[in-house]
Design a protein around this ligand. Structure first.
Ligand SMILES: [Zn+2]
Length: 138
């Protein structure tokens, strides 16, 4: 498997975070990577650093969102964004370094939840477009 920084994914993620209110996600400690030949079925995965490593290295929690090039790259923008939203939902509200499982006590991380959040994202995009249109009337 090869991997490299995925700046396009990072930009998309930042744009999503700007529109959605997810203040618990610390942008600078969320790194996007793209892997090739990963032999993974998934479109993307999220990685955390085990607590023992964080303690040993004396570093704060970090997360990596890895997109699997062969599966992710050919998707439509909308699907890509939904996949990133799905991965973001695995980050706990306290940014502890752990991961939220798909079946949590609270809301399940599934397509229904992702679609709900994606709609919020679209509404926020719409709202900021209207704002731009309103302020730019020379
Ligand atoms: Zn998941």
């Amino acid at each position: 498997m090869e991997s490299e920084r995925a700046y396009d994914v990072q930009l998309m993620l930042e744009e999503i975070l700007e529109k959605l209110s997810m203040p618990h996600v610390i942008n600078s400690r969320l790194i996007c990577m793209r892997s090739k030949n990963a032999s993974a079925n998934a479109y993307a995965r999220i990685w955390s650093l085990p607590a023992i490593w964080r303690n040993a290295l004396e570093i704060n929690p970090f997360y990596i969102i890895e997109v699997v090039s062969e599966n992710y790259d050919s998707l439509e923008q909308e699907e890509k964004k939904k996949i990133l939203i799905h991965e973001l939902l695995h980050i706990p509200k306290k940014f502890t370094g752990g991961l939220v499982p798909h079946k949590n006590r609270g809301e399940k991380i599934d397509d229904r939840l992702v679609n709900k959040i994606y709609k919020k994202y679209l509404a926020a995009c719409e709202a900021s477009r209207e704002q731009d249109a309103g302020s730019g009337g020379f």
